[in-house]
Design a protein around this ligand. Structure first.
Ligand code: NCD
Length: 306
């Protein structure tokens, strides 16, 4: 694997290897402080981000490397009409590895075809977000001890939520998975994911509009934000944005070891009163995201040096 575009570019063994490196980084941070000395990460962000970009930058700095890049399309040559392919070729002359976020589905793939250094997809439109999935997988592994026999509920914008799409792809490879899809009718999971991933792998799934009814069965509840920037009209967004708000009364019948996850940013989907509940895992996900990105940068740079 030279680049990471989709979570399915990683085998299940490679995912376990990344999780084990991340756990080792958490246990022995000093061992890794110089691991990427003199190496440079370019963060090419054509779409806004707080967590993902800063997480990549913090990851590289904690490995002893340095970072360069931009955080909005307007401040890059894309504003002059440069193609993603040319940007990738150019940045290959300056850096050792690229993390790219783009509003266009497939842009990081095009970059990877043209760059001479590894490219990591840091989110492409409503499509994929494999490094958020790695953060989610590390969190599930640390909270649940593995990926087998899990009932997971995805709640909110399952249509445009790229983190949901990538996580379903990743979990589909483990046995005993049960999926509960909780969304307004207008924001249901795209049928290509139901067909190519859930049905193809014979994964049992149910669809509902009721969070309350779904909660008691869940081991993991993965909440998501309604993706305003991908809506065609503001009226629909305003009508759907507060479809689900997780608050303490809704958790009344939840399992005592439920893991509540959210890729963040949160808008209203989770009341802040839940933050102090021991089942809230979303800020752990943020921290885990930095460690797993450290593991990924290390692995891709080691492979590129071979
Ligand atoms: C997610 C994303 O960018 O898709 N955020 C993130 O990377 N943590 C989720 C979101 O924006 O809703």
């Amino acid at each position: 694997m030279k680049s990471l575009i989709s979570i399915l570019d990683l085998s299940t063994d490679e995912i376990l290897e990344l999780i084990s490196t991340a756990n080792d980084i958490i246990a022995n941070p000093d061992k890794y402080r110089e691991a990427c000395r003199y190496k440079k990460l370019a963060t090419l962000f054509f779409e806004p981000s707080t967590r993902t970009r800063l997480s990549f930058e913090a990851a590289m700095l904690e490995l002893g490397g340095s970072v360069l890049g931009f955080s909005e399309a307007n401040s890059s040559s894309a504003a002059k009409g440069e193609s993603v392919a040319d940007t990738a070729k150019t940045v290959s002359c300056y850096a050792d590895i690229i993390a790219m976020r783009h509003f266009k589905e497939g842009a990081p793939y095009v970059a990877a075809q043209n760059a001479t250094i590894p490219v990591i997809n840091a989110g492409d439109g409503g499509h994929n977000h494999p490094t958020q999935t790695l953060a989610d997988l590390l969190t599930i592994y640390r909270e649940k001890g593995g990926f087998e026999n899990i009932t997971i509920g995805f709640c909110g914008d399952l249509k445009f939520g790229r983190t949901v799409h990538s996580l379903i792809q990743a979990l589909s490879r483990y046995s005993g998975l049960n999926v509960v899809l909780i969304s307004p009718v207008e924001l249901k999971l795209p049928s290509y994911i139901k067909k190519d991933i859930l049905k193809e792998n014979k994964i049992p799934y149910t669809q509902t509009t009721s969070l309350e009814e779904a909660i008691p069965d869940l081991d993991i509840l993965y909440m998501t934000r309604v993706q305003r920037e991908r809506f065609f009209n503001e009226e629909d967004y305003l009508r759907l944005k507060d479809s689900y708000i997780l608050d303490p009364p809704k958790l009344k019948n939840a399992k005592s070891d439920l893991a509540i996850m959210h890729p963040l940013p949160r808008v209203n989907e989770i009341s802040t009163a839940i933050d102090s509940d021991p089942r809230a895992c979303y800020f752990k996900q943020v921290l885990n995201g930095k460690y797993i990105r450290m593991a990924l940068i290390l692995k891709l740079l080691q492979e590129a040096a071979k």
